[in-house]
Design a protein. Structure first.
Length: 348
């Protein structure tokens, strides 16, 4: 009697680790997690994540930065992409991660108590989606007009203040594309604004270390390219698969382009300038410079994979690969020159 074979979809589903966000066991092995930890991350640490890829990128970001992912230093944020015409998931550092980064420099010298502007009361109206239905809503919120914080940094031995003021109506997170504040900004209008004011002051004091935070980017739209400090995830992906292919004698040809990501970076200068965001190029240059100083190419690659995606990731990896090769060549030439000078020194 013929044996009924299971379909590829059935086989795939049965091989996934059961959780709110199913994931392949080999993926967990790649990022060094067990099934129990994955369940905690998916259900408790990142409950707003809609895809396993969002959680995976959050884990990789924390691994590259030496952060404890269980303390949730980063957040998975859903953002509207004007280029794709739909929502995508992004990974952003939280205010705690930015403070940790500033503290690690050894130059953070304190934070003043915040100042708040006069309170305003306003009713926001709009159409939001609830239970798969579009509903007209009106929400009244009382909020401070602005908030200001001052961060101190040691500059050449001097404690210098860096102050930034942020305005509530320019900062609050919206529900979808409506003007209505989301639930968190309705419940904590003062606390959420304070987080954004802290982030702005930390960026002013530590421009090379601090970036935008999840609190600031929630409810915002992605205009054009993906944000520099986010990892964009296709919203229709529902299961995470391993990044390395397992050998199979019967595997069918894959329609996916398996060209190495470092080989997909634009090589023509004009094409590269059109595709690569100027801010990304600046950050990659800084990353390459730091990697050259200490020879930390592996850590730099991990950092790039956690911070960039798509063409930006391809560009970063290509730049790191080229810089690493040049560094090896320069070190070899320096060693040869030192060897050639040694007899001259001895003779002298």
């Amino acid at each position: 009697m013929a044996t009924r074979r299971s379909s590829p979809t059935q086989a795939l589903t049965s091989s996934l680790v059961p959780s709110r966000l199913p994931v392949a066991p080999s993926v967990l092995a790649e990022i060094g997690l067990d099934a129990g930890t994955w369940a905690v991350l998916a259900d408790s640490i990142f409950p707003n994540a809609k895809t396993p890829e969002g959680v995976i990128l959050a884990v990789r970001y924390c691994q590259a930065r030496g952060l404890d992912v269980m303390k949730r230093p980063v957040h998975v944020v859903s953002m509207w992409s004007t280029a794709l015409g739909r929502y995508v998931e992004t990974v952003w550092p939280g205010i705690a991660e930015v403070q940790i980064t500033a503290a690690r420099t050894g130059l953070w010298a304190g934070l003043d108590s915040p100042r708040f502007g006069p309170e305003l009361t306003k009713t926001f109206t709009g159409t939001v989606k609830r239970d798969d239905k579009w509903t007209e809503v009106a929400v009244t919120v009382t909020f401070p007009e602005w908030a200001e914080t001052t961060v101190y940094r040691m500059v050449n031995g001097v404690r210098c203040p860096f102050s930034e003021m942020v305005f509530w109506e320019e900062t609050y997170a919206r529900q979808g594309r409506a003007e209505v504040p989301n639930e968190m900004w309705q419940k904590r209008p003062k606390g959420q604004l304070l987080k954004c004011a802290k982030a702005a002051s930390l960026r002013a004091a530590f421009p090379e270390e601090a970036g935008y935070t999840a609190e600031e980017m929630e409810g915002k739209a992605i205009e054009g390219h993906a944000p520099v400090d986010a990892a964009v995830i296709e919203g229709d992906v529902v299961t995470a698969q391993p990044t390395t292919k397992e050998p199979s004698d019967t595997a069918a040809p894959s329609p996916v382009d398996e060209t190495a990501v470092s080989e997909t970076a634009p090589t023509d200068p004009a094409q590269r300038d059109a595709v690569i965001d100027a801010q990304v190029a600046k950050q990659v240059a800084t990353l390459v410079e730091r990697a050259c100083k200490v020879g930390a190419w592996g850590q730099a690659e991990d950092y790039a994979r956690a911070r960039f995606n798509g063409a930006h990731l391809a560009y970063a990896l290509a730049e790191l690969e080229q810089a690493a090769a040049l560094s090896v060549l320069a070190n070899a030439k320096a060693a040869q020159a030192k060897t050639a000078e040694a007899p001259v020194a001895e003779a002298a």
